[in-house]
Design a protein. Structure first.
Length: 256
């Protein structure tokens, strides 16, 4: 059992349906919450809630979890419905971290996977946030271009953290249908070189977190201080295992 100082809590998606009644949190949750250090408020798209509703939610969480860092997910289009003043007000009422899964800054790839926005809108969002970059999303033979264009967009932002995950294909999804029809070809272990190019091209200070379960070449560190070290780690892994060894490792990863 983790130490109480390291307790991490995920709010169940059903919790969001309780608004506006905001039923009291159980005694057990309240007791554990006193020492909780991290909360992920997940389920759907919580940041789409109105400013007033969010203030009520974050105030309530802060009441029961006074020491926790509270985080939630958002999408780029959320910024179109809230002013900078509203976002600052929301954060002042307890929301510490906004994570946006942009996955890519490449307009061609954004269109391919129907993200619903352009790279220019990523720049214009104006949100103080963290992002997710999805390695391999450019497909076979396009890793370097995908890395370069994505890094160029992110270099125009000032991000607290870039979380890197690897593309995983699931049955009965539109992208898997594209794979079966030949429209999309899955990236090989070139994605290691893609990740190296992505890091090489990044300029602004940020934290790189590529420790997701979908990544077979985990790296973690700050840019620019630890950029060279992380790139050297990727080089060493690629040289040691090669394409065949890396693919075998990736195929052994759990699907979830």
């Amino acid at each position: 059992m983790p130490a109480r100082s390291a307790i991490s809590i995920k709010i169940h998606p059903l919790w969001w349906r309780l608004y506006p009644k905001l039923r009291p949190i159980s005694k057990k949750q309240r007791r554990n919450g006193l020492d909780a250090r991290k909360i992920w408020a997940s389920g759907g798209n919580p940041f789409a809630l109105s400013t007033e509703k969010q203030i009520a939610v974050w105030d309530l969480m802060r009441t029961y979890y006074p020491k926790a860092r509270i985080s939630t997910y958002a999408i780029i289009s959320d910024s179109k419905h809230k002013s900078v003043e509203e976002i600052c007000k929301i954060k002042a009422h307890g929301l510490d971290e906004i994570m946006i899964g942009i996955e890519t800054g490449d307009d061609e790839v954004l269109s391919l996977v129907n993200k619903g926005y352009t790279s220019e809108e990523i720049i214009e969002a104006g949100l103080p946030y963290e992002v997710i970059f999805l390695s391999g999303l450019g497909g076979r033979g396009y890793g370097l271009g995908h890395a370069q264009k994505s890094a160029d967009i992110l270099n125009q932002l000032h991000l607290d953290r870039i979380l890197i995950a690897g593309l995983t294909l699931f049955p009965d999804t539109p992208l898997m249908k594209d794979v079966r029809s030949g429209v999309f070809k899955e990236a090989t272990e070139e994605r290691v070189l893609e990740l190296k190019e992505f890091l090489t091209r990044l300029k602004n200070p940020t934290l790189i977190d590529a420790t997701n379960a979908s990544i077979i070449t985990p790296i973690y560190g700050r840019i620019p201080e630890e950029k060279d070290k992380m790139i050297a780690q990727l080089d060493a892994i690629f040289i040691r295992y090669g394409e065949a060894g890396l693919r075998q490792a990736r195929e052994s990863l759990p699907a979830s």
